[in-house]
Design a protein around this ligand. Structure first.
Ligand SMILES: NC(=O)C1=CN([C@@H]2O[C@H](COP(=O)(O)OP(=O)(O)OC[C@H]3O[C@@H](n4cnc5c(N)ncnc54)[C@H](OP(=O)(O)O)[C@@H]3O)[C@@H](O)[C@H]2O)C=CC1
Ligand SMILES: O=C(O)[C@H](O)COP(=O)(O)O
Length: 488
């Protein structure tokens, strides 16, 4: 199917108004694989005029789409989910090559996305509006009734990051279109081929012309133009806090739904089940080399059990499989990072911590962009690793005297995505959970986004608004009240 979306020069086309179009510009971006530097294809660096066309076409098409029966819109989503599954092998291969995901994680991303799309259709079909009688409020009678329906917002701008190019695109596109919105989708540049593939799936499933349009090009070049475009009615962005802040600063009167960076803490109390804790911490911190916003990014463990926990974590870290998914026989947990800039940054954080007295218990070395899973003990709050998000396979252990000190350090972060607390005492779990300034607290589990119908949100610099299937649907619609006044 890849062949259907690229031209004879290997340039991937964009879906605009139901047609896969070549750009009018000669300006292209070459997508190389982080695994072997091979060229996977080229994408167009679209011009402003082409962006205008994508947004204008979305605006016009939405007018008809919002009146299309919901059951027809949901049928398209069910078809898209089936098509994703029937094209799993090719898409998995593309994900592995384009973003260096290990095979198991790539398969899981595609299957989870199909489930997400189906569940979105199910929820949309089962969501109703409400009717409110006037007499609930003093001075009014039952002859006044408000019928509250949910209306689409118009044109949704969906911007996705590199690490889940299919799932974090579909989790914006599916709730948007099922509710009668149209979409302009700007994938991450590294991840754009997978994103365009997803768009092809939606098109094949029957999404009408103009309802899903794609825009490719570097965010640094066209990002400001798209997010501030007057044709956009809602921005759903997942990516770094830096870009999120920028979008928030330059937009005006447009609702934002943003999931940004994190520094999720795993807080370990003295009565925690340490085997379960260590297992969760290692799975949470290192899968896909830590390139997940919800990765466990620091451990705050009380002194009484710190030595025991560290020993258990170290044993598991040393069992992680490290390698290049292209050349490794088995599935690997630790893969090369997305690019050398990302790997340089992780090494910089490790070096800073070493210079300030942290101890490397495992890893700490790099071969090209493959960084060994790194475990660092005795990390203290004067080190950058205590606060900055590495988006790589390095985990700092910060020792604390008690739960209260852990809470203070956890909350001092600029981020507030998730936290875990490990304890066998339900009262302590609630005590800690109640005080943490995050969107979600996981009790005795690693930090993670799923299941996808749960609310997913970050506070402080980790985001604005709430995702999760029903929550995204609500965010992308607004109530509309039609008031019936019955003459009596
Ligand atoms: N909380 C969450 O749910 C998640 C958060 N993240 C966070 O994302 C980061 C990693 O992802 P990464 O892709 O590198 O993030 P970036 O912020 O670099 O990019 C995200 C998206 O924004 C685009 N973009 C870049 N500049 C602009 C701009 N000025 N205006 C509009 N769009 C722009 C990018 O395009 P281009 O690729 O062309 O630059 C890409 O599509 C981490 O910080 C991580 O924590 C990631 C996943 C989930
Ligand atoms: O992009 C991310 O990193 C995700 O939103 C996290 O999802 P996960 O917890 O399912 O990996």
């Amino acid at each position: 199917m890849i062949e259907l979306i690229k031209n004879e020069k290997g340039i991937f086309k964009n879906l605009i108004n139901g047609k896969w179009k070549d750009s009018t510009t000669e300006s292209t971006i070459t997508i190389l694989s982080p695994l072997d530097n091979s060229e996977l294809g080229k994408i167009n660096a679209m011009t402003r005029e082409e962006v205008d066309e994508a947004i204008e076409t979305a605006k016009i098409a939405q007018v008809v789409w919002r009146s299309t029966p919901l059951n027809e819109r949901t049928d398209i989503l069910y078809k898209a989910a089936d098509l994703l599954e029937s094209n799993l092998d090719e898409l998995v291969q593309l994900l592995i090559m384009e973003i260096g995901k290990d095979k198991n994680s790539a398969i899981s991303e595609v299957n989870r996305t199909a489930d997400f799309i189906r569940f979105t259709a199910d929820i949309a079909k089962n969501m109703g509006g409400e009717s409110i009688s006037g007499d609930n409020f003093p001075g009014y009678k039952r002859n006044k009734v408000s019928i509250v329906t949910r209306e689409p917002l118009g044109v949704i701008l969906a911007i996705s990051p590199f690490n889940y190019p299919v799932n974090l695109a579909a989790s914006k596109i599916a709730p948007a279109i099922v509710t009668g919105n149209s979409v302009v989708f700007k994938p991450a540049t590294q991840g754009a081929l997978s994103g365009l593939y997803l768009a092809k799936i939606f098109e094949m499933a029957g999404v009408p012309a103009g309802i899903l349009n794609t825009v490719t090009g570097r965010g640094s070049e066209i990002g400001d133009y798209i997010v501030t475009h007057k044709g956009i009615n809602f921005v759903n962005f997942t990516g770094s806090t830096e870009v999120g802040h920028r979008i928030s600063n330059i937009t005006s009167m447009v609702p934002l739904l943003m999931e940004l960076g994190g520094k999720d803490a795993a807080i370990v109390l003295k009565d925690a089940d340490l085997d379960l804790t260590a297992k969760n911490i290692v799975a949470g911190a290192y899968s896909y080399s830590g390139q997940r916003c919800t990765a466990v990014k620091r451990v705050l463990v009380v002194n009484e059990v710190a030595d025991q926990l560290v020993e258990k974590v170290k044993i598991l870290v040393e069992q992680l499989k490290v390698g290049n998914p292209l050349t490794s026989k088995d599935n690997v947990d630790i893969v090369p990072l997305i690019n050398s800039k990302a790997a340089d940054f992780v090494m910089e954080l490790i070096q800073d911590a070493i210079e300030k007295g942290a101890k490397v218990l495992s890893g700490g070395t790099r071969k090209e962009n493959l960084i060994q899973p790194t475990l660092m003990d005795n990390v203290t709050v004067d080190m950058r690793l205590a606060w900055e998000e590495p988006f790589g396979p390095v985990l700092p252990i910060i020792r604390v005297k008690d739960a209260d000190e852990a809470i203070i350090i956890a909350n001092q972060s600029e981020y507030g995505l998730q936290s875990s607390v490990f304890t066998q005492n339900i009262n302590d779990a609630f005590y800690v959970a109640d005080k943490l300034e995050v969107g979600t607290v996981q009790v005795n589990n690693k930090t993670e986004r799923g299941p996808d119908h749960f609310p997913f949100l970050g506070v402080k610099s980790s985001g604005v608004g709430t995702q999760g299937i029903r929550y995204s649907i609500e965010a992308m619609t607004r109530p509309k009240a039609t008031v019936i006044n019955i003459t009596q």
